[in-house]
Design a protein around this ligand. Structure first.
Ligand code: KIV
Ligand code: NA
Length: 268
């Protein structure tokens, strides 16, 4: 089996093959997701919610992400492993480099992901020119929860949409090899995907991004948010109609590959 890498993700984008991405935090699911054909696996700081049971991602530490990456990485034969840089771990160039070093050398990640727009360009460049592949994360940025107060759809107004389009350009010019776009109107998801030099993976960003990412526990309908009846609009319960967990993950992969997910009811 040929492991997925940055070049393969670019090829998939060129070929119009949808990229499937899913979060993962442990060995059992790493084996399962890899077997099910998930292309990109993210050890996300969403673990602060679905593993640690918190309300936000801000308490998650570099140690937490490294620990879970170490649980996942050895079990992937094909999937490309991305690790989130948690809250404030990339507040300075030095901290970003130290955290990324740990993600790659201890955690076994192939790429790190960080939230923010053009203000992160110097960090992205600092990492990229040293051989650290970077995924930028635009749109809704959960690490800003305490500053903005609540999660909502981003880039609805044309001025904000323009800024986000420019941010995507600046970040890729700084060396980002992948873009995650969270909670934006489908029209903006399409515009950013078309304008982007690198593949764009959406979550609540409509059907026209080059791939989709969701949180594992959300698609299995067992995350705390889902359990208390606060399922985000973009989440689909793939356990519905599935005989077991692996079938549910395979159904997610198939739905993304065939553009059946996201459906209009998942979009903004
Ligand atoms: O932490 C996470 O799981 C994420 C994805 C939802 C994109 O950042
Ligand atoms: Na995250």
């Amino acid at each position: 089996i040929k492991p997925v890498n940055v070049a393969e993700l670019r090829r998939m984008r060129e070929a119009g093959e949808k990229i499937t991405a899913l979060t993962c935090y442990d060995a059992s699911f790493a084996l399962l997701e890899d077997r099910a054909g998930v292309d990109v696996i993210l050890v996300g700081d969403s673990l602060g919610m679905v593993i640690q049971g918190g309300n936000t991602t801000t308490p998650v530490t570099v140690n937490d992400i490294v620990y879970h990456s170490r649980c996942v990485a050895p079990h992937l034969k094909r999937a490309f492993l991305v690790a989130d840089l948690p809250f404030l771990s990339y507040a300075t160039l030095e901290r970003a480099l130290d955290a990324s070093q740990r993600m790659m050398q201890e955690g076994g990640a192939k790429m790190v992901k960080l939230e923010g727009g053009r203000e992160q360009a110097n960090i992205v460049e600092y990492l990229a020119i040293r051989g650290v592949p970077v995924c930028a994360h635009l749109g809704l940025q959960p690490q800003f929860i305490h500053k903005v107060g609540a999660f909502k759809v981003q880039g609805r107004e044309e001025a904000a949409a323009e800024i986000m389009l420019q941010d995507a350009k600046v970040l890729t010019e700084a060396g980002a090899d992948l873009l995650v776009l969270e909670c934006v109107p489908s029209s903006l998801g399409k515009r950013i995907a078309e304008a982007s030099k690198v593949p764009v993976i959406g979550i609540g960003a409509g059907p026209d991004t080059h791939g989709q990412i969701l949180v594992l526990h959300d698609i299995l309908n067992i995350s705390p948010m889902v359990t208390i009846g606060r399922k985000p609009r973009f989440v689909q319960n793939f356990m519905e109609g599935a005989p077991d967990i692996e079938s549910a993950v395979r159904a997610y992969v198939q739905a993304v590959k065939t553009s059946k997910y996201p459906a209009p009811e998942h979009c903004f």
